[in-house]
Design a protein around this ligand. Structure first.
Ligand code: KIV
Ligand code: ZN
Length: 505
């Protein structure tokens, strides 16, 4: 299981992560049991180089991979970035399809073969674990794909990845592609073949399974299926197919499937992007039975409408709650279950915050703990000091008071067609950030009288998409926190705000 949440996943709109956030996620992926973590694309950004260094120092069990183009400078940067890794892998790629050769690379077949040979040889000169990806493999002529594979193997590649870069293939087609290349490329029996499927037609998981049937023994994907455009193959889905239909596939993902839901929820919080309620395995409705007939069946026999147990993917444990009588060990255990491994001093500080929260709330849920760990959504940059909403005829008036990144007070008022409209207008006036709202959802998290409102916002700013989340007992306040979460992410990305609070996690 090759996880690319931190590379391909992080490339998707609204999913960018800072180096400390990537470290938090990498620790959780290691606990989940993935074999390989792709941490980023070091030649593309300083942030990816920093993330690789942070992760390399701490996450020692899984192989750590970084992506590199077939360029000498990229390979050198990647090798340097991998310096701290206990088990480094260099992942080099080059497009092979006629469309990419002509329009992207402006190279003919011979030039592609020569570049693959030269750069895989160079990479292998530095490291023993080399993955080569033939980008857009599924739209490449089979004879040429076989030749490229042969050249990459002869040059020293140890894993050959044949990606469905644009999510175009079908299960029958990709199965046949793997069978053909594995059956015809010299040296195929000395390497591991890998599938990397995108979800443009909703077939990423089905295609990855068909690739396994065709001989692939590594599957690349991401948690919650995040990734370029419609995303990558969702690793949690592959893992559960292999578990639930083990009699058919006879393969084991090796993942600790009870870590799936906590890992998925951690990612949702880190990038501020919730999964849809009906998302397989990790969506809120994945194990909910609403209709009377289904409930009746379930009461008679669980197997009538459930093919796997929610606790086997980690749902049950996420219902546990803590309160004012909970001790430090219980809080630590719960945080670990949620994917946060804290040093002694960090735990002491978080426990103090936990105790303070217990003064406000009877029950502390996982969602509250996660909010605590990631900081109040507005804990860096602009912070909400107070807000007042009042009706003025058919319109609403909002007064917000913020503290800005330097700690100065800023107050603004604005009117709108309702409380949320007025609130967002006042926040825009106070911060000077104009956001175009794409989506706005509110729902409750937690249990009973202690339930809290969570607001999720999707916005557009200068052609980029951003997501933000806010949680509060008051849904209007949750909306303000979500708005500030987005604005602060955006400002941070533009370099206006430094340090991420999540560094403590
Ligand atoms: O989709 C793709 O082809 C990729 C490669 C770089 C592996 O992400
Ligand atoms: Zn990809």
């Amino acid at each position: 299981m090759f996880d690319t949440t931190l590379r391909d996943g992080e490339q998707s709109p609204g999913c960018s992560m800072s180096p400390p956030q990537k470290l938090v996620m990498a620790r959780a992926l290691a606990e989940l049991g993935v074999d390989v973590i792709e941490t980023g694309f070091p030649a593309s950004s300083q942030s990816d180089r920093e993330a690789m260094a942070l992760i390399g120092r701490e996450v020692r069990d899984p192989v750590l991979a970084v992506l590199s183009r077939c360029l000498a400078a990229d390979i050198e940067t990647s090798v340097r970035a991998l310096d701290a890794a206990a088990r480094p892998r260099l992942h080099v790629f080059l497009s092979t399809s006629p469309l990419h050769r002509e329009h992207k690379l402006r190279m003919d077949r011979e030039q592609v073969l020569e570049s693959v040979h030269r750069h895989v040889t160079m990479a292998r000169g530095y490291l023993d674990d080399i993955e080569f990806s033939a980008e857009d493999a599924t739209r490449t002529e089979l004879d040429f794909l076989t030749e490229v594979t042969q050249v990459a193997i002869a040059a020293g590649a140890t894993t050959i990845n044949l990606p469905d870069t644009v999510g175009f293939t079908t299960p029958d087609e990709i199965r046949a592609m793997f069978q053909h290349v594995i059956g015809n490329a010299a040296g195929a029996d000395t390497v591991i073949f890998s599938a990397h499927c995108h979800n443009d037609l909703g077939l990423a998981v089905a295609n990855s399974l068909a690739a396994i049937e065709g001989g692939a023994r590594q599957v690349e994907g991401s948690i919650n299926g995040i990734g370029e455009r419609a995303g990558n193959c969702a690793l949690e889905e592959i893992a559960m197919v292999l578990k639930v239909r083990n009699a058919f596939y006879n393969f084991d993902s090796g993942l600790d499937t009870r870590r799936i839901v906590p890992t998925s929820q951690l990612l949702q919080r880190l990038v501020g992007m919730p999964v849809q309620r009906n998302k397989a395995i990790v969506g809120a409705n994945a194990f909910a039975h609403e209709s009377g007939i289904h409930q009746h069946g379930m009461l008679r026999h669980r197997g009538t409408y459930e093919i796997m147990r929610p606790e086997d993917v980690g749902w049950e444990s996420s219902q546990m709650v803590l309160g004012r009588h909970s001790g430090r060990a219980a809080v630590d255990a719960r945080l670990r279950a949620l994917g946060y491994w804290l040093e002694e001093e960090e735990l002491r500080l978080v426990f103090k915050q936990f105790k303070a929260l217990c003064e406000e709330m009877r029950v502390i849920t996982d969602a509250d703990l996660q909010t605590l760990m990631l900081g109040s959504p507005a804990s860096d940059g602009y912070r909400l000091a107070s807000m007042t909403i009042s009706d003025i005829g058919s319109r609403a008036n909002a007064l917000v008071e913020l503290s800005d990144p330097e700690g100065n007070r800023v107050a603004e008022t604005a009117q709108g067609d309702g409380p949320v409209d007025a609130l967002f207008a006042a926040l825009a006036a106070a911060t000077g950030v104009q956001l175009t709202l794409d989506s706005y959802h509110v729902h409750s998290v937690g249990v009973g009288a202690d339930a809290r409102g969570e607001a999720n916002l999707g916005v557009r700013y200068e052609d980029s998409a951003y997501e933000g989340t806010g949680t509060s007992k008051d849904i209007i306040e949750a909306s303000a926190l979500a708005w500030l979460d987005v604005a602060n992410r955006l400002l941070r990305q533009r370099g206006n705000i430094e340090n991420e609070h999540v560094a403590t996690a």
